[in-house]
Design a protein around this ligand. Sequence first.
Ligand code: KIV
Ligand code: ZN
Length: 388
Amino acid sequence: MIHDPNRIYVFDTTLRDGEQVPGCQLTTNEKIEIAKELELLGVDVIEAGFPISSPGDFQSVVELSKAVKDPIICALTRANTKDIDAAAEALKYAKRPRIHTGIGSSDMHIKYKFNSTREDILQRASDAVKYAKKFVEDVEFYAEDAGRADIEYLAKMVEAVIAAGATVVNIPDTNGYCLPDQYGAKIKYLMENVKNIDQAIISVHCHNDLGLATANSIAGIMNGARQVECTINGIGERAGNTSLEEVAMVLKTHSSLGKYTNINSKKFAQLSAMVSRMMRMPVQPNKAIVGKNAFAHSSGIHQDGVLKFRENYEIINPEDVGIDQSEIILTARSGRHALKHHLERLGYVADKINLEEVYERFLILADKKKEINDDDLLSLMGEGDNNY
Ligand code: KIV
Ligand code: ZN
């Protein structure tokens, strides 16, 4: 690992937290295909699965370990020896294996999930890390439901697992409960109060139940976290996980924050489409960065502005995320500038067109149709099959 505090490691869990979503299950071959693309994207860690959960998931971790060379391959476990044994076995071909073990840290989980006590859970956490260390050097610990955990107890747990040998400590907001200020303050508290914090990397893992996963992850990063856990398209349990493409583009767009990743953002459009297709999970059109409308302009004022100077209404160059160019959609809200732009694109010479007259007919048609396409434009110009 590089010792630059501003270099943020990207831990992709599309194939584990993302794949837990009903209907999104992948075959081993599909997982390998995605993992190879994630490697080209430049992620630092690929969470390949939860080996004890099924023979299929076990085998996927084995095959991914063989297929991937640069990123760390990580396998999830609960804090028990059987899970850890399975993970260690599944990771045996990985060039850079990591076991990701953990247990609940909120009083709610301790009482109602484990029917246990804080002291017992603390012991089980340390024991799990020590046991995992027998197999691999790189052990990540997750303090499940850390978003709702008592901060002093959480700090004790983080200190104990680092003392037991954890190289990375994950502070999940498992239920997407925190506000960005609260989550950022949690990370800050841990950075300032855990005595051995410099011996491990703190990781953020946020869920999107309140639509705050990306904001919370950024708040965590700005307060000292150096690893971010995320998925392509923000796919994941319930409302999903932090979206990889959003976090990477926030850090890139706001380079003045001084934080950077190794991600090649030009691959986003293609990888987003691949994951959506293989997982049979459509991307919402207004999804930031990779949604169909993320670079589409439909109102006349915005179209005119973007045609005059792209940055008037775009903070990201579409080419930076693998999209050739922004789209100017012709609707009844479009203006003359957008119409002229499309007519020129179709080979008409602006000076030779009576734009006012075409625009009048265009509006009448656009009021009847949601979108005006090239065929419609040709018909408006007296060509094509329809007569408008
Ligand atoms: O959300 C969560 O707490 C998790 C852990 C298993 C890391 O996914
Ligand atoms: Zn999760």
